[in-house]
Design a binder for this molecule. Structure first.
Ligand code: GLV
Ligand code: MN
Ligand code: MN
Ligand code: MN
Length: 395
């Protein structure tokens, strides 16, 4: 199986890889479209019919589309800018290989099985993570999604080539969802296990912070006369870090834009995005409130202004406890662990019993080029996924 995993993985590994070893696989970009073509070819190779849901999500069907008791598996192709190659595609490649393994075992599913490729999971292009699964489940309206714009001003509708259709009634026929994903931390390394089952996803969200002040000359404006939004922004980044540490939570500012972005000009505007996550919603709410308060106080002292808007908030996900325990036992007592990373499975968990399998990541690095899982562990993941899908489609 390891050779088979390696062979299939090798087909997609070069797609969207940059000189630095990371990946640029924005939704509907050339590499992501190539991966969609690859998806269709893999489905055809296995005689799985492909459907689209009108929101950009693809499904390859073993059995009749959206038939009673449908089991969904799969993940996403898109990456964060210069992210790793495993976050997302591992779940899709593993799903096709799990179908092969089930067939090799002589399994005939009693319920339809779909391998899914969800669009724009990272929110790397249009800003809202899990956009495809949010549309499919009705967690975002088609109108709101249609109007989202990328950094070049292209709308989601334009990229999709049509207005998204939103929630699908057929989702009611889904009896279970399983997403396999590379682990994005080192919990499995710590317990020396190649595969684990997810228990929960921390609540998390993205807040856009706009700092405005007075653009002016870097050489002639006295220090005492400045209203520099970069200072308020810098203070806010440090405050977020401090508040997160105090709360046992996570806060990150990984994206920033300055205007006019000139070395010799005091900026007139700085826009930064806060990504905040915590083990429970009350802690997350308190963290964000504390950061906003400190930003506003500091803006008062700097003579600048700050405005903070939530761009997306994902509530806490507790995966189906019975299902997690059942699958962990089925796989021989593998560990059950929570994660701070968001997933389409989290969005879908409100609509059907949902589980996730994690595959060990030796360095724990993710959303960066060093993200990696060994072939042998990926092959173990495929076998585990086949076992789980056999259980869910047949029993
Ligand atoms: C997506 O991978 C996220 O957790 O931000
Ligand atoms: Mn990711
Ligand atoms: Mn992912
Ligand atoms: Mn994710």
């Amino acid at each position: 199986m390891s050779a088979t995993f390696a062979a299939l993985w090798a087909e997609i590994a070069p797609i969207g890889r940059t000189a630095g070893g990371g990946y640029l696989r924005y939704a509907f970009s050339e590499p992501e479209l190539a991966l969609r073509d690859w998806f269709r070819a893999q489905a055809a190779r296995r005689e799985l019919a492909v459907t689209e849901d009108g929101n950009g999500n693809l499904f390859a069907w073993w059995g009749s589309p959206w038939g009673p008791g449908t089991v969904l598996t799969g993940s996403h192709f898109d990456s964060v800018p210069h992210g790793g190659g495993y976050d997302g595609p591992l779940g899709i490649v593993s799903a096709f290989l799990a179908v092969d393994e089930m067939r090799a075992r002589g399994v005939t599913p009693a319920r339809p099985l779909a391998v899914a490729a969800f669009v724009e999971e990272e929110g790397g292009r249009f800003g809202v993570p899990c956009l495809g699964s949010r549309l499919l489940t009705g967690a975002i309206t088609p109108g709101k999604a249609a109007a989202l714009r990328d950094r070049d001003g292209v709308t989601f509708s334009a990229a999709l080539g049509a207005d998204p259709v939103g929630a699908l009634d057929e989702l009611a026929h889904v009896s279970a969802v399983v997403e396999l994903h590379i682990e994005q931390g080192k919990a499995l390394v710590d317990v020396d296990a190649p595969v684990g089952v997810a228990s929960a996803i921390w609540p998390h969200g993205r807040w856009r912070m706009d700092f405005t002040g007075d653009g002016d000359h870097a050489g002639t404006t006295r220090m005492a006369d400045r209203h520099d939004p970069m200072l308020t922004f810098a203070y806010t980044v440090l405050a977020a870090n401090k508040e997160a540490r105090l709360a046992g939570a996570h806060a990150t500012v990984g994206r920033v834009e300055a205007e006019p972005n000139a070395t010799n000009a005091i900026p007139s505007r700085v826009r930064g995005w806060l990504d905040a996550r915590a083990a429970d919603s009350a802690t997350l709410d308190r963290l964000v409130e504390a950061v906003v308060k400190r930003a506003v106080d500091r803006a008062g002292r700097d003579g600048t202004q700050v405005n903070v808007e939530a761009e997306s908030v994902s509530p806490e996900v507790a995966f189906d406890t019975d299902l997690a325990a059942r699958l962990a036992a089925l796989l021989g007592g593998v560990p059950i662990l929570p994660t701070g990373a968001g997933h389409d499975a989290g969005v879908l968990s409100g609509h059907a019993p949902t589980a996730m399998l994690f595959v060990r990541n030796p360095t724990g690095v993710s959303h960066a080029p060093a993200e990696h899982a060994p072939d042998a562990d990926c092959a173990t993941g495929v076998t585990a996924l086949a076992t789980v899908l056999e259980e869910l489609t047949c029993r």
